[in-house]
Ligand binder design. Sequence first.
Ligand code: GLN
Length: 450
Amino acid sequence: MNIEEAEKLGIEQATKESLTTIKVKSDLNAILATVAKPIISKTGILNVPYLCKDNIVTLGTKTTAASKILENFESPYEATVVRRLREAGAVLIGKTNLDEFAMGSSTENSAYGVTKNPVDETRVPGGSSGGSAAAVASGMVPFALGSDTGGSIRQPASFCGVVGLMPTYGRVSRYGLIAMASSLDRIGPITTCVKDAARVLQIIAGYDEHDSTTVDIEVPDYVSVLDGDIKGLKIGVPKEYFGEGVNETIVQVVRLGIEMLEKQGAVVREISLPNSKYALATYYIIQPSEVSANLARYDGIRYGISAKDANNLWEVYDKSRAQGFGVEVKRRIMLGTYTLSAGFRDAYYDKAQRVRTLIKQDFDKAFEQVDVIISPTTPTVAFKIGERVQDPLSMYRADLLTAPASLAGLPAISVPGGEVEGLPVGLQIMGRQFDEKTILRVAYAYEQVR
Ligand code: GLN
């Protein structure tokens, strides 16, 4: 069900069908965190049901971030994106599962169960927005919100065969997104088609006085630019994203996609982003560092659960955190505490920040020559449930091709690009800062010819 189909049904009927689909597909367990009571108003420009990742705060439902530490937590306020969608007429019908606090690439790190990939239920849906991607892919709702820090919208979209858009850092308010790595976190839509991504972005984009990182610039009309015309548009193909560590059949599928765009009149040229090879290492220093700072607030007092067996204040902190956080979250907090610690901060965190700048500068240089950059979204197709849980490094490698745009603050979209052994492959289109318009245009043109 896409947005247009849902609109034709009318909001009551579309909501009913969504709730029925949710019931029928409940064998794909743990897509949902909670079902919300639909509040239908019918006013507005987007009167359709939707689901929201459970690390974005909403009123009238719990918000758990898939963590035990926030079990039963109810937010006293709602996120700006949720408010804007509500005001546009969209009806929130539930919250979706994720990796705890959005750390992971498989939605296996949730305290509330593993989400399965609707394309193949023995496989992961990707993560951390796996619940949102699986929900859209299985037809529960026309769209869902996700969050992306290092790939968490694009990678699950790619694994489930749907569209996932990470807007530019600063384009969409993060007010009400549970902070994980604040210099990287973003909110964006997961949809069945490019036009729907444009429509949702239209509503959630723009300056917000509650988020000082949003930028007060014009939000263009994203839908009217979707005309399929890409004549003369310059596409950069970064050679480093098609080599080591990337599945060869995926490479072929994506190259074929680029050829299709060339036939539509786009100009394709090979480019180099030499420092992108450091993106994973850089990301996995900066991200845990920010995690260790952001997650310090879960002290067993202010939010969520508090250890019952504590005898003094220190034990409240200690035991609540020990009992409340899962393994991966603890690993990141420890890593981040180390990389920020006296004596190591220069060697790790500060150095990673400098490499981050180099990665960004490569993109700046490339965008002097090209309008968009295209690569595979992920180095592999969806892997089997359980396959990587014991091996954090192999889990981290899922971010190989998505982490660079995250570090550089650029917008990027993943669109379905074909299949490898019956499993979806995503094509990633990256753009200049605040130029979501062009990546949407290219994504749409590709969707039309594929
Ligand atoms: N897989 C990455 C991580 O675990 C990205 C997560 C995300 O984008 N939220 O940190």
